[in-house]
Design a protein. Sequence first.
Length: 213
Amino acid sequence: MATSKFPTQKDGSETFSQETAVVVFVLGGPGSGKGTQCPKIVEHFGFTHLCAGDLLQAEIESESENGTMIQNFKKEGKIVPSAITVKLLQQAMQLSDNKRFIIDGFPRNEENRTAFENIMKIEPEFVLFFDCPEEELTKRILNRNQGRVDDNIETIRKRLKVYFESTLPVINYYNSKGKVQKIDAQRSIDEVFEDVKSVFSKLKPVARVGSMN
Ligand SMILES: Nc1ncnc2c1ncn2[C@@H]1O[C@H](COP(=O)(O)OP(=O)(O)O)[C@@H](O)[C@H]1O
Ligand SMILES: Nc1ccn([C@H]2C[C@H](O)[C@@H](COP(=O)(O)OP(=O)(O)O)O2)c(=O)n1
Ligand SMILES: [Mg+2]
């Protein structure tokens, strides 16, 4: 196992700080292309991709004590309590040798945002925001074909409502701090990635951060 370069808490878990990790949040409506673009960012820029929705799905599949509750939130298009999601993110971050993270689909509401800040003590380097009209989001999700319990018209309506009411305020919050990089996500996958590339190419090489394996 790799030796840790990071400070250790009394309970043995690693701590993170602004000096030891780089975090980029990837936000946008359901279907805006977060999960499509993130693997490309990993490939080109050596980040580790953490998708909050996938971590929650893994909890459902592992039949953990919270699995049924998470599944019900998902079916209803609701946002799972932050204590659960932040803990899953924290565990994944601690297990990763690479300390440069793109965190996809998080923070989805103000509670997610403040819980992460309070627990992890990390501010994102920036927020990548995939801006896409509602009509296109609905069309893409209905065509996604991944057998998801939440990709049906009824749940999509609820998820879009949650996105506009709860996630957009988080994006506006980061925008007011000058941290949002907005991408027009309505174009083709390759065109979107051209813009994504130019955003990440401007990132300063971060010498303070641990090696990327
Ligand atoms: N730029 C794009 N143009 C057309 N379809 C796209 C584009 N980006 C993603 N898709 C498709 O839309 C669906 C939703 O994309 P996904 O990456 O899963 O979005 P998100 O993770 O933001 O919900 C997928 O079927 C994907 O293949
Ligand atoms: N921060 C998060 C992220 C996802 N969830 C739940 C609620 C979301 O509707 C589902 C699916 O999230 P996911 O990011 O996979 O969905 P999209 O890729 O945006 O379509 O998971 C959550 O409760 N909290
Ligand atoms: Mg996704």
